[in-house]
Design a binder for this molecule. Structure first.
Ligand SMILES: Nc1ncnc2c1ncn2[C@@H]1O[C@H](COP(=O)(O)OP(=O)(O)OP(=O)(O)O)[C@@H](O)[C@H]1O
Ligand SMILES: [Mg+2]
Length: 363
């Protein structure tokens, strides 16, 4: 088995348990993104793969070899951090060449690799500059270039773009996507808080929460079929609307009642034994629309209108008193605060979770 394999990986600092048994197989060449709330253990896991943290228990394999005891320099990995940590007194060229010089590579090899990396990242014109004469995005590209020069089997990124402004983030994200395409055999593991980075870069996303994996899958699978409430809320922005519900009828479709007494038919079958149980009903903001007819999901008063140009967000006091329902409509919509409107949902995109928060969707 090539790639990276984690078997029941655990991490504790003293008595404090941080990771509670991570099982994951990453194929060679795959681009895997770790997401999860702050403090859930993403960086710790990445640093364990890099060899910068030891493994409390479990087994880690890279390219079929157990690496638990292998030092970072022998693992065939390269890591790019949030802070790019370039040597300020060295040119871009020397920054990228540094590691290879330490490893006593020949001048020709060094030159060839630096120029190739510079080419891939469009750093050619800056090779003689010092880092201080570069923009943040260019500096981060140098840090990535330096990692490429090490010819890693596995590339690790820990929020590499989070220090960049919005426009640079987009540009550098696209560089990373191109880089990934041009290195099809290199495995990439990438930590981010950014939904767009996760959705666009990943072959598979790993959602972590409090040291455990909640779900692993291709981005759209997580979006369309979140396995539980945690993933449902975490993937997608604004987050999925979740409403307390009760199952009142089972069969080919399931009928639920919401807090305001309204009934919704969800086109998915649940076991008859679930009848009468409490559940959570979910609908994404973008799957709701203003309804002019009699077929609607709920009626409510618009409390806040956020016109963003490309979309309009409505916060509607609806079937749940405590929390407004968020509705995301395309483009500019002529709706005023205080208006009472009906909203319909795309019936094929409704979500239903059991009392424990597990999705009723069967695989
Ligand atoms: N050296 C350490 N000693 C003790 N606890 C630590 C140490 N390093 C990290 N932790 C704890 O481990 C947990 C996971 O930290 P980690 O940095 O992996 O989170 P993260 O998911 O990367 O968060 P963020 O998104 O904020 O970067 C945190 O609760 C953190 O306080
Ligand atoms: Mg982190």
């Amino acid at each position: 088995m090539t790639g990276v394999v984690l078997k029941d990986i655990r991490k504790a600092y003293g008595q404090v348990k941080i990771l509670h048994g991570i099982d994951l197989e990453i194929r060679q060449g795959e681009f895997v993104v770790f997401v999860g709330p702050s403090g859930c253990g993403k960086s710790t896991l990445l640093r364990m793969i890099a060899g910068l943290e030891d493994i409390t228990s479990g087994e880690m394999m890279i390219d079929g070899q157990r690496v638990n005891e292998v030092p970072p320099s022998k693992r065939g990995i390269a890591m790019v951090f949030q802070s790019y940590a370039l040597y300020p007194h060295m040119t871009v060229y020397d920054n990228m060449a540094f590691g290879m010089r330490i490893a006593h590579e020949s001048k020709e090899v060094i030159d060839q690799r630096v120029r190739k990396a510079a080419d891939m990242l469009q750093l050619g014109p800056y090779l003689d500059r010092l880092p201080k004469a570069l923009s943040g995005g260019q500096r981060q590209r140098v840090a990535i270039g330096r990692a490429i020069c090490r010819n890693p089997k596995v590339f690790l990124f820990d929020e590499p773009l989070s220090n960049l402004d919005a426009a640079l983030r987009v540009a550098t994200r696209i560089e990373i996507a191109k880089l990934n395409e041009s290195m099809p055999d290199t495995t990439m593991i990438y930590v981010t808080h950014d939904q767009v980075e996760a959705m666009t870069l990943a072959d598979r996303i790993v959602v972590l929460s409090a040291g455990r994996i909640e779900q692993v899958g291709p981005p759209l699978e997580l979006y369309e079929r979140p396995a539980n409430l945690f993933v449902a809320r975490f993937i997608g922005s604004p987050a999925m609307n979740i409403m307390p519900a009760k199952i009142v009828e089972t069969g080919a479709s399931t009928v639920i009642s919401l807090k305001d007494g309204s009934r919704v038919s969800v086109p998915l079958a649940v076991d008859a034994s679930e009848n009468g149980k409490s559940a959570s009903f979910g609908v994404r903001p973008e799957d709701l629309a203003i309804s002019t007819g009699d077929d609607f999901l709920f009626e409510g008063t618009v409390e806040i209108v956020e016109a963003l140009g490309e979309v309009t967000l409505l916060y509607v006091a609806g079937p749940v008193e405590e929390e407004p329902v968020v509705v995301k409509l395309p483009g500019i919509v002529d709706v005023k605060k205080g208006e009472k409107l009906r909203f319909a949902a795309d019936r094929t995109k409704l979500h239903l979770f059991d009392a424990a928060g597990k999705s009723y969707y069967k695989k």
